[in-house]
Design a protein around this ligand. Sequence first.
Ligand SMILES: C=CC1=C(C)c2cc3[nH]c(cc4nc(cc5[nH]c(cc1n2)c(C)c5CCC(=O)O)C(CCC(=O)O)=C4C)c(C)c3C=C
Ligand SMILES: [Fe+2]
Ligand SMILES: [Fe+2]
Length: 334
Amino acid sequence: MNNNQNNRPKIGVLLVNLGTPEGTDYWSIRRYLSEFLSDKRVIELSSWLWQPILQGFVLTFRPRRLGHSYKKIWDKTKNKSPLAVVTQNQAETLELEFTQQHICIEWAMRYGNPSIKKKLNFLKDQDCNHIFVLPLYPQYSATTTATVNDEVFRTLMGYRQQPAIRTLFSFADHPDYIKALQHTIQEQLQLLAVQPERILLSFHGLPLRYVKAGDPYERECQRTAAALRAVLGKTEQEMPLVFQSRFGPDKWLGPNIADVITEYTKQGIQNIAVVAPGFMADCLETREEIDYEYRTLFLSNGGKEFTYIPCINDHPLAITLLKNLIDQEIKGWV
Ligand SMILES: C=CC1=C(C)c2cc3[nH]c(cc4nc(cc5[nH]c(cc1n2)c(C)c5CCC(=O)O)C(CCC(=O)O)=C4C)c(C)c3C=C
Ligand SMILES: [Fe+2]
Ligand SMILES: [Fe+2]
């Protein structure tokens, strides 16, 4: 029963990230990948074609290989994946910023747990009749932001009394986001005896056909890259935009980070840094793929210094960014 039926808004905020397995064992990873890769926003193929490949081939072999990768980065103290640890920290730290205003801050994962449905039900039980959904993706893509919104509205289909909802398109060049990135980059560079010859801005890739069909993600990444170069005073050559995490046989957005790194080593470039501005939290794609796989690739091809610059995670400037995004979006409700 909603005790808050009058006009007085009670506000809930739901931070949503991608999702991650609950363990490093075969079945935990299989469950997670099966939900993720069955999402038609993510894999745009007919189910007749894709499900037999997914269930028969991908989910037979990939979970075992991924299990080894997740084990390398697993948070052993909390027995959780870093993506879950950081997202929870972000929400809990943010909550402290809003105690005066009685705004409920919750976090959810698009795939796996805690689910969007569970957290929306929780906010409903707290009488939140105004909910701001904040997908933790700085750059919009239908494969990430839109599928969060889909899931939110699918859940609301089961509500007789629906809350007012706001969503966020993106924050690709929001000044507070750029400031948080600028700070983490400069902080890491200050620790280095010799400055890198290149700082790669590495973003999660996307199949090229999605971009050709109208997904604005590539432009969104370019906006972030341009804003970062401007504040750091770097050229495109010094700070190139690259894409990582290719999956499947499709042609993906380029340039691919592995090709760029290999080319650098051929040119005799010996000192590089990599930052992944598209990720709000360190995860498999940064800690394992960049900091381990691409480091190994660079060093084994003759590179000398490889610096991985962490994501903004729960740095105070990341919390300021999230706080300001919330303040900006709930205006008119308070
Ligand atoms: C066609 C497949 C995929 C698309 C499209 C895609 C887009 C996309 N993903 C992220 C962020 C993350 N992806 C992560 C892992 C991951 N991504 C895919 C596939 C696609 N992603 C797979 C199969 C996996 C699992 C790992 C693997 O099998 O290689 C993660 C990390 C999760 C973790 O547990 O740490 C993130 C984060 C974005 C931003 C994006 C679109 C731009
Ligand atoms: Fe700092
Ligand atoms: Fe992905």
